[in-house]
Design a protein around this ligand. Structure first.
Ligand code: ADP
Ligand code: MG
Length: 243
């Protein structure tokens, strides 16, 4: 299966702190990859390097056969192909739901407003938030905000969706509704790279699980293998602490 993104020897340092070391991995089209690991292991930095919110210190990110870290590369076009969902939603709180999903399409993709609204409504339906198009973001619950944030990212029709602990900031009773939406998206064939602490979710939804510790990928494999027959001691210890 074709790779959507391939990462080769990626490294990232903040000053003398080497946060990512020699990371190699790829995400194939239609694949759901979950990244797990302790806090501070570099998971967010990895996602932020992939979408160039951080500048990698070294290595390659291959997209459509080209290294997008090459100076000549059109980073803007690349970034519009990545949908990003953060822990903290990052919605415009004083805008309504529809507008939150329209602004990026109009500004970045240069879609006409009417077309952008149609696309937004399509994806707000997917996340079950189409009844709320006129509500202000600030009036929504955390779970509803996160579902709108997912619809906003989907509205850009990205090649891959990156999620950084999308349920970590939510009250426990709202985690389920967001995971449900993500499960449905996974089943629909969307390519997804998900940093998560939700081990049951990862077991159920991931095609592949990547375990990171101290800036390296320790082990990766299908969920049955990684969770039930981890090969590395570090993985076993992490799972003992979290399961
Ligand atoms: P995780 O998401 O797995 O919890 P992070 O990627 O957030 O881990 O952080 C990994 C390491 O990188 C931590 O030691 C953190 O302090 C450091 N770090 C992350 N972002 C920055 C930054 N902008 N400046 C300096 N250090 C950072
Ligand atoms: Mg993080």
């Amino acid at each position: 299966m074709e790779n959507v993104i391939e990462i080769q020897h990626l490294s990232k340092s903040f000053g003398t702190n080497e946060v990512l070391r020699d990371i190699d991995f790829s995400v194939r089209k239609g694949e759901v990859v979950c990244v797990i690991g302790s806090s501070g292991s570099g998971k967010s930095t990895l996602l932020r390097c992939i979408n160039l919110l951080e500048k990698p210190s070294g290595g390659k990110i291959i997209y459509n056969g080209e290294n997008i870290l090459d100076d000549r590369h059109d980073i803007h076009a690349y970034r519009t192909k990545l949908g990003m969902v953060f822990q903290q939603f990052n919605l415009f709180n004083n805008h309504n739901v529809l507008n939150n999903c329209v602004v990026g399409q109009v500004k970045v993709m240069k879609r006409r407003k009417e077309e952008a609204e149609k696309v937004a409504i399509k994806y707000l339906k997917v996340v079950g938030m189409d009844q709320y198009i006129n509500a202000k973001a600030e009036q929504l619950s955390g779970g509803q905000k996160q579902r709108v944030a997912i619809a906003r990212a989907l509205s850009m029709e990205p090649d891959v969706m990156l999620f950084d602990e999308p349920t970590s900031a939510l009250d426990p009773e709202m985690v389920g509704e967001v995971l449900k939406v993500m499960k449905d998206l996974a089943k629909s064939g969307l390519t997804m790279l998900i940093v998560t602490h939700e081990m049951e979710f990862a077991k159920e939804v991931a095609d592949r699980v990547v375990f990171m510790d101290k800036g390296v990928i320790v082990e990766e494999g299908p969920p049955e293998q990684l969770f039930n027959q981890p090969q590395k001691e570090r993985t076993r210890e992490f799972l003992k602490r979290t399961l």
